[in-house]
Design a protein around this ligand. Structure first.
Ligand SMILES: [Zn+2]
Length: 118
């Protein structure tokens, strides 16, 4: 009685693909990483991380300009990064918000397109 139960190595992988989700530090909405902009604190200061791969403490902001403004004004971004933003960094980030062509404060309109969790 040889128990050569050689199971097929094939494993049916779950169809569900894991989508990393992050929270916008301003509005607290949970979105997939791709929908968020990453700000990272590096030894050289706070930077925008378009690749999402930079080393350092990261914080995420959604594509709403209001969120960027609020996060800068109320300090939620600085708090999330556990740092203090210099006036230069604040200026850089608000400039960046303008450059990125973020939604101009339409958080209510955004809510309509937010996918409901299945
Ligand atoms: Zn937001």
């Amino acid at each position: 009685m040889t128990s050569t139960t050689s199971k097929p190595a094939k494993r049916t992988a779950p169809r569900r693909r894991h989508v990393p989700q992050r929270t916008c530090v301003s509005c607290r909405r949970v979105l997939s990483k791709r929908e968020l902009h990453r700000i990272v604190r590096t030894p050289d200061g706070v930077k925008y991380d378009p690749t999402g791969k930079m080393a350092g403490r990261g914080a995420y902001l959604c594509a709403s300009r209001t969120c960027w403004q609020t996060a800068l004004r109320q300090g939620s971004l600085a708090r999330a990064l556990k740092t203090v933003l210099t006036p230069e960094e604040k200026a850089m980030l608000s400039e960046l918000a303008a450059k990125l062509g973020l939604d101009n404060g339409g958080t209510t309109a955004d809510a309509l397109t937010t996918p409901t969790s299945s």
